[in-house]
Design a protein around this ligand. Structure first.
Ligand SMILES: NC(=O)c1ccc[n+]([C@@H]2O[C@H](COP(=O)([O-])OP(=O)(O)OC[C@H]3O[C@@H](n4cnc5c(N)ncnc54)[C@H](OP(=O)(O)O)[C@@H]3O)[C@@H](O)[C@H]2O)c1
Length: 252
């Protein structure tokens, strides 16, 4: 296993399960000191403890990153403990589906708060420190739903589309400070979120069959792309939204 992140301080939001946990594991494998957040403290502490028992350098800090004060406190604690943030992965997100005309104002606000503001708040806090050091890499986890039209979750799609636009805007504004900002756009990945949205095995089999590569994604499929974008392997790459979706987004 290469050690691209030896001694790097990496923050992953929503790292207690699913895609976020796979991202945490990959950074740990490549030598990073990782701090991850989530709202469920008991689960987060348990996951961190299990990883530490396997030798990982990993800490959990409970935070709802959709709340500005909690996102700022998360980054402040990382700075206090480790002195810097080299990489921030904004992975925390939530999905709700409903026909367009049934999507309430509350649902729209929930989707934008966690998926957009939950990306903005940790980024603002981290950028203040990265800027002072003249370096940093930020990776947002957007979605295929922000790239192509999909029925049944307009608010989620619009929020993830906003994350892709945010990626470009941040990339241009922060490039002079040595900070790169990129995004990954996952297709359907087998996690709690997908199992809730696509509950039957038959539905998931049909979804998998639509993908040119013929299967659903696994969390590690996304983690590999996140580590590429976070690392110097993508040193001349900023403002990009990399689709990792078994080829689904290239169809028509
Ligand atoms: N799975 C897919 O098919 C798919 C496809 C495209 C994009 N994505 C995106 O990939 C990311 C991860 O998805 P996933 O499938 O791994 O989801 P998941 O299984 O539901 O896990 C979500 C993670 O985020 C945390 N989280 C949720 N809200 C949070 C908040 N307000 N503050 C801090 N942490 C929060 C959760 O922990 P707590 O509940 O304890 O807070 C959990 O650790 C999301 O941004 C999602 O939109 C997923």
């Amino acid at each position: 296993m290469s050690q691209r992140f030896q001694d790097a301080v990496v923050v992953v939001t929503g790292g207690s399960r699913g895609i976020g946990l796979a991202i945490v594991q990959r950074f740990v494998d490549e030598g990073a000191q990782v701090v991850f957040s989530a709202r469920n403290q008991a689960r987060g502490q348990q996951v961190a403890q299990e990883l530490r028992q396997q030798g990982a350098r990993v800490d959990f800090i409970g935070a709802d990153v959709a709340q500005r004060d909690q996102a700022e406190a998360l980054i402040a604690q990382v700075i206090e403990r480790f002195g810097r943030v080299d990489v921030l992965v904004n992975n925390a997100g939530a999905h709700e589906k409903a026909p367009f005309t049934d999507e309430s104002e509350d649902l729209w606000q929930r989707m934008f708060r966690i998926n957009v503001l939950g990306t903005v708040f940790p980024s603002q806090a981290a950028v203040r420190h990265m800027r002072a050091r003249g370096q940093g890499s930020i990776v947002h986890v957007a979605s295929k739903a922000g790239v192509v039209g999909e029925p049944g979750h307009a608010a989620y799609s619009a929020a993830k589309g906003a994350v892709i636009a945010l990626t470009r805007a941040m990339a241009v504004e922060l490039a002079p400070d040595g900070i790169r900002v990129n995004a990954v756009c996952p297709g359907p990945v087998v996690t709690d979120m997908l199992l809730e949205a696509v509950p039957t095995e038959e539905q998931r089999r049909q979804l998998a069959a639509q993908a040119p590569l013929g299967r659903l994604g696994q969390p590690l499929d996304i983690a590999g792309a996140v580590l590429f974008l976070a690392s110097d392997d993508s040193a001349w790459c900023t403002g990009q939204a990399l689709s990792v979706d078994g080829g689904l987004s290239i169809l028509l």
